[in-house]
Write a protein that binds this ligand. Structure first.
Ligand SMILES: [Zn+2]
Length: 472
């Protein structure tokens, strides 16, 4: 697909501007995306983030970059420990169940696997080393209970991502929980000394008996696989503060280098116009939707189809429409498979148009709504040409190749099987032909109605009889 003149531009949260994307190393991209905390089944808000990241990765690959994608699994933090204790099972057993469920879910949604999925519990030494470096450089200190904190007053750039006002922070005040609000911005825990509430979850290390804080996990694992400076870090907007702000502080204080070059954040998801919450009864995991009989690919399409920096309103009406949209794409591909018209030379021009339209919109900070608009205009035009028998075999093949190419990015069309006629329909079509030849219009008409009842629509065109299955 032809690139726009500027090439790929991405909105960088760090600068609050759209910037031309240039990777550190030509042709390669290092990308880190905060993965699931495996304490529950992931919900559709989580999947909006994972699908935006999947689209970004697929588009980078489409543009020829070799992407190293790292997605961590948080398998030790406040939430996982609480969850395992509540169920009375060991932490490892508890998180394994949800990690497996997560992998099943992303497979159903046709998310391309990451290059590596590091687990926090398997990278404790890297985290300990990072904390030791921060101690040695004077950015971290041990509190009375033995926990180690990051001193944000020692890092003047604190707040660069979230634009938080550091002046208002209380010097020396500390927060130990993994998640907290902006108003609570204060020194945060890098290493949490063991307390009885942690039960049997602890590591005995040079830092004492305890466990890592959530934020240090992502700093340690991203730098372990992508180096001290890498290209892209993604996540949901709710992780911008404190999680990503703290990642920057820890990493840049330790290395003295820029941590991430492009930060990309996706906006929130609402359900039927409201914030999704269990107590409102509008909280859905992927499993909930599959149980209701929805197609995961329609869910994929729906969650992808709004620009990632726009708030997304999930509705069941939207999900029905998404199903229809996917079906329209598949139908067009199906019709192309047996198109054998005369060809009027219009297809080449349409292909050029959609390639520029789709490619240019995607290069513009993944403007998927505009890209899909260009695609559906194209599909409509192609369908019109198919109706009038103006698509030749070779034009149909070129269009089919384009659609397959495009599906490397969208991941919704998949393998489209040719339509099969219901049993007995072929015989009725032949009988109708005979009747028409004999100018027995009454019989021909009766057979047409009979076929329609079977869901088969027959059309008499200038190129002979055609049939298609009625859309359900
Ligand atoms: Zn993270």
């Amino acid at each position: 697909m032809s690139a726009s003149a500027e090439g790929l531009c991405l909105f960088n949260t760090l600068t609050r501007r759209k910037e031309k994307f240039t990777p550190l190393e030509e042709g390669k991209v290092g990308m880190y995306t905060c993965g699931p905390t495996v304490y529950d089944f992931a919900h559709i808000g989580n999947f909006r983030a994972f699908l935006f990241e999947d689209l970004l990765k697929r588009w980078l690959e489409y543009r020829g970059y070799k992407v190293t994608h790292v997605m961590n699994l948080t398998d030790v933090d406040d939430k996982t420990i609480r969850g395992s204790q509540k169920q009375g099972v060991p932490l490892g057993e508890f998180t394994k169940l949800y990690a497996e469920a997560f992998f099943e879910d992303i497979k159903a949604l046709n998310v391309k696997p990451a290059t590596v999925y590091p687990r926090a519990t398997e990278h404790i030494p890297e985290m300990v080393n990072l904390v030791k470096t921060l101690m040695a450089k004077g950015y971290a200190y041990t509190a009375q209970d033995g926990s180690i904190y990051f001193a944000i007053s020692k890092f003047p750039a604190y707040g660069q991502l979230s634009h938080i006002n550091v002046q208002e922070l209380k010097a020396g005040a500390r927060v130990k929980t993994d998640e907290y609000a902006k108003e609570e911005a204060q020194d945060f825990a890098l290493w949490k000394a063991w307390t009885p509430e942690d039960g049997d979850v602890y590591w005995k290390t040079d830092l004492g008996k305890g466990r890592p804080g959530w934020h240090i996990e992502c700093s340690a694992m991203s730098m372990r696989y992508l180096g001290e400076t890498f290209d892209i870090h993604c996540g949901g907007i709710d992780n911008m503060f404190p999680h990503h702000e703290n990642e920057i502080a820890q990493s840049e204080a330790a290395t003295g280098k820029k941590f991430v070059r492009y930060w990309l954040h996706n906006e929130h998801l609402q359900v039927e116009g409201k914030k999704m919450a269990k107590k409102l009864g509008n909280y859905y995991t992927l499993r909930d939707l599959l149980q209701k009989g929805y197609d995961p690919i329609a869910i994929r399409y729906l969650l992808l189809s709004t620009h990632y920096r726009q708030q997304f309103n999930f509705t069941f009406e939207g999900l029905e429409a998404a199903k229809g949209a996917v079906e329209r794409l598949r139908n067009c591909v199906r019709r192309l498979q047996d198109a054998d018209g005369e060809g009027g030379g219009q297809v080449a021009e349409l292909l050029r148009g959609v390639q520029t339209g789709f490619g240019g919109a995607m290069d513009d900070d993944l403007n998927i709504s505009v890209a899909l608009g260009a695609l559906f205009d194209f599909v409509r035009e192609v369908n019109n040409l198919l109706d009038s028998g103006e698509v030749s075999r070779s034009e149909a093949e070129a269009t089919g190749r384009f659609m397959a190419d495009l599906d490397q990015v969208l991941g919704v069309i998949g393998k489209v099987e040719a339509e099969a006629l219901p049993e007995g329909a072929e015989k009725l079509i032949a009988e109708r032909e005979e009747a028409r030849k004999a100018k027995d219009w009454a019989t021909a008409d009766a057979l047409r109605i009979k076929l329609k009842e079977m869901g088969v629509v027959v059309e008499d065109t200038a190129h002979g009889v055609r049939w298609r299955l009625e859309q359900k």
